[in-house]
Ligand binder design. Structure first.
Ligand SMILES: [Fe+2]
Length: 380
């Protein structure tokens, strides 16, 4: 039925607004603004009627939420950076029908998502800034999705993105764009150093990491990127823990995605953070690689690291908390935390790995000896 015609990862740095105003920052973000205008132009060309923004400035502490009021209008000042965005007027139409549909289908996919079609809640600047440049003439309807998810699984965000694509393709009569509105690395300059880092990245490590990520996107190595996303989100100080990126990749088919990033605004630094505008061509996908929902089948406590990486794949194994080899766990719990086989006492294979006869591996490690060497020592 419907179509997702465009997907993109976009910047929303508030210095874009400063770039419009008279003063020392005037014109300094014109490249980012031009990138937004270009993405807006492509959306028009593709017949997009509604832009759905995964907004890393909308903080939520439970469930996912969709702001789909019929109309948005107001005067916005950022509570984070009121000296950057102050009294910024906004007005554009919403799409209550699509917003409710997105939430309904996400819930059907096991991701608890609530639509808000009759709310006084205004969008955050992760939505407002791009709409200022892409949608100045109010041509597009806009739906905003919460993507600063404090206690959520990245896998659920990926599933949410896929579910939203299916909602459009199977139930919506129209054409939609999905925008992941958030940065790459997101470590702001230490207080007092903001002017010095206005156009720079906070550290060489983060800058190198971001550049490598952009290269991975450009060559389309999505298996590598999806595998490293939880660790990238943690070590790269990911904006919104990079849930916007997980949603976007979910919509594109996750690790099975076969497109390559088309960089519209090259990577740049802003107050220490790494930014970009990049379009990801939407390719046919069957969704087989998209992670399954996690929270709706969770069976108890898990660590933050495990929550971020969901307990599957190599990244999960690296993040999984250390466990006593004899610790008993349900099969379900094993699936959640990397499914390390649980060896039995006197298991020969286990003994070769460094523990035996109920002696925990860490005691062997403390002695600096493998299991067999410890046995020999005891015999002596
Ligand atoms: Fe931001």
């Amino acid at each position: 039925m419907g179509k997702v015609a465009l997907a993109a990862k976009i910047t929303h740095v508030p210095s874009m607004y400063l770039s419009e105003l008279e003063g020392p920052r005037k014109g300094t973000r014109q490249d980012a603004i031009d990138g937004h205008i270009e993405i807006g132009r492509r959306c028009r060309e593709l017949g997009v009627d509604t832009i759905v923004v995964f907004d890393t400035h909308w903080l939520v502490n439970a469930s996912y939420h969709v702001n789909c009021a019929p109309q948005f209008a107001g005067n916005y000042t950022s509570n984070e950076l009121p000296h950057f965005i102050s009294n910024m007027e906004f007005a554009f139409p919403g799409n209550a029908e699509l917003g409710q549909l997105l939430a309904k289908v996400a819930a059907e996919h096991g991701v608890d998502t609530l639509a808000h079609p009759a709310t006084s809640l205004a969008p955050e600047y992760g939505t407002l800034v791009p709409m200022r440049y892409m949608n100045a003439d109010r041509h597009f309807k806009v739906v905003s999705v919460s993507a600063l998810c404090t206690v959520h699984y990245l896998d659920d965000s990926a599933r949410l993105g896929w579910a939203m694509r299916k909602a459009v393709e199977e139930h919506y009569d129209g054409t939609v764009a999905f925008l992941a509105s958030g940065s790459l690395s997101h470590r702001f300059a230490q207080n007092g150093l903001a002017p010095e880092y206005a156009f720079k990245i906070w550290s060489p490590f983060l800058e190198a990491l971001d550049h490598e990520v952009v290269e991975i996107w450009k060559r389309g190595d999505w298996k590598t990127f999806c595998g490293m996303l939880p660790e990238y989100a943690a070590k790269g100080h990911g904006e919104g823990f990079m849930h916007d990126t997980a949603m976007l990749l979910g919509a594109l088919g996750w690790s099975a995605y076969d497109g390559r990033a088309d960089v519209v605004t090259p990577y740049f630094g802003a107050s220490g953070t790494g930014q970009i505008n990049a379009v990801f061509p939407v390719t046919p996908q069957d969704g087989h690689a998209v992670p399954k929902a996690v929270a709706s089948r969770a069976d108890g406590y898990s660590t933050v690291a495990t929550r971020l990486c969901s307990g599957r794949g190599p990244a999960a194994a690296r993040h999984a908390p250390p466990r006593h080899p004899l610790q008993r766990q349900s099969r379900r719990a094993q699936r959640h935390v990397g499914a390390v086989p649980q060896p039995r006492r006197h298991d020969a294979r286990a003994a070769r790995r460094g523990w035996c006869a109920g002696v925990p591996a860490r005691r062997h490690a403390r002695a600096g000896l493998p299991g067999s060497a410890l046995r020999d020592q005891r015999r002596r």
